[in-house]
Design a binder for this molecule. Structure first.
Ligand code: CP3
Length: 363
């Protein structure tokens, strides 16, 4: 059930005035005008912040995701430091998969590593459904954060079935996704069974976050760009659409993001997104033509540009804001996550620049 005690929009009514549902970020997601173009950064929590490295010293990644006070502090760090328009919950896409019973770890410098890769029907059976009690630490962290954040919206997130399946089938990160595709093409029935299970886990994980008060959700299908549009539509879209449709009545915008998805942007919008995330390869005006007029876009500064001298960064920010004006709503972001070597000062300057260049007089 959706309540209106969270600052999110009521199911049928107008968004409540004030609070995160009326923030520049949520307004842009809804394609409503706001005081400025909102900005946040994928992977803003952690990565480049010294205060993050300090607090995470000696706490393994998965364990830190299960400590609500630590999650709260890490999530707030980039909001305090940069003045971004939204917080993103500190967690990981494999957290719900671990809660579903899969033995895995997040190895520093590598990413998720699965003890026994999932390749048979019996393996798929090992992925259990999850509910709030299995991820109570996430419920608790979101509630703590919503109370701390006031008018600043909190973004919840989860991994989409394809990206999660890739980690589970490969057993870890993969450049080619060869084993994943071998299963997908070689045993479509098993593939669909795997993705259907993962879609239920993902949907349950997002519902816990929505019920606890997040103001938007982002579905990360980071590796979907490995597929052709035809294969994406056949093997992946129905499962991601199931997740997004399951949240259609939740009253929070749904962002759908992947990397290298120039050919998939239309399909990723059709899957049921309110906002489509775009990487740096596709200019936002071109992306908008592919996605259509009824969705906002998010992106799309190349994270590597942040390593260049400031005039280069500034020119890129200006260009992206210009290209974003073609869209019915624009949330400024990177085209993928913050690189660990990024100078945090540059992120702070980008936030100020986006706000300054996009400021609109009060309506
Ligand atoms: O955006 C945020 O700031 C919120 C936190 C967040 C993390 N992971 C924390 C994290 C989010 C949104 C994610 C999502 C995630 N995790 C994705 C989708 C986004 C993307 O980048 O495409 C993916 C594919 C993963 C899987 C994963 N987990 C990878 C590839 C890695 C990086 C491995 C490494 O060390 O380079 C992780 C680990 C991870 N997730 C870290 C953090 C802060 C680093 C762990 C550490 O500090 O020890």
């Amino acid at each position: 059930m959706t309540t209106d005690t969270t600052g999110t929009a009521a199911r049928d009514g107008e968004p409540r005035r004030g609070g995160p549902a009326d923030s520049p970020f949520v307004r842009a997601c809804r394609r409503e005008p706001g005081p400025h173009t909102p900005v946040w950064f994928m992977r803003q929590a952690g990565r480049s912040l010294p205060e993050y490295r300090e607090i995470r010293a000696n706490v393994p990644m998965l364990e830190s995701c299960r400590r609500p006070e630590l999650v709260t502090e890490i999530t707030l760090q980039p909001v305090r430091r940069h003045g971004v328009d939204a917080a993103i919950l500190f967690s990981d896409i494999v957290v719900p998969v671990a809660a579903a019973g899969i033995d895995l770890d997040i190895v520093p410098g590598t990413g998720p590593v699965v003890a026994e890769p999932v390749r048979t029907a019996a393996d798929v059976e090992r992925i259990n459904p999850i509910g709030r009690d299995d991820v109570s630490y996430v419920d608790e962290a979101v509630r703590l954060l919503v109370a701390e954040l006031g008018d600043t919206p909190l973004i919840g997130f989860a991994g989409a079935p394809f990206t999660l399946a890739s980690y589970l089938v490969e057993g870890g990160p993969s450049r080619t996704h060869a084993k994943t595709k071998a299963l997908m093409y070689g045993d479509p029935e098993l593939w669909h069974a795997l993705c259907a299970r993962l879609a239920e886990v993902t949907l349950a994980f997002l519902r816990v976050q929505v019920d606890a008060g997040v103001s938007a959700v982002q579905l990360f299908d980071s590796w979907a760009g490995a597929l052709s549009e035809a294969d994406y539509r056949r093997y992946v879209l129905p499962h991601s659409a199931h997740v997004l449709a399951g949240l259609a009545g939740a009253g929070v915008p749904r962002i759908h993001f992947g990397v290298g998805t120039a050919e998939l942007l239309g399909a990723m919008g059709e899957a049921g997104a309110d906002v489509v995330g775009v990487d740096w390869r596709t200019p936002l005006d071109v992306a908008t033509r592919r996605i259509g007029p009824d969705k906002a876009v998010q992106g799309n500064l190349d994270p590597a540009v942040l390593l260049a001298p400031w005039p280069v960064v500034e020119a890129a920010v200006r260009r992206i804001l210009d290209e974003g004006r073609a869209a019915p709503g624009h949330v400024f972001n990177l085209g993928h996550g913050v690189l660990p070597e990024t100078d945090p000062e540059v992120l702070t300057r980008v936030v100020a620049l986006v706000h300054e260049l996009s400021a609109r007089p009060a309506a």
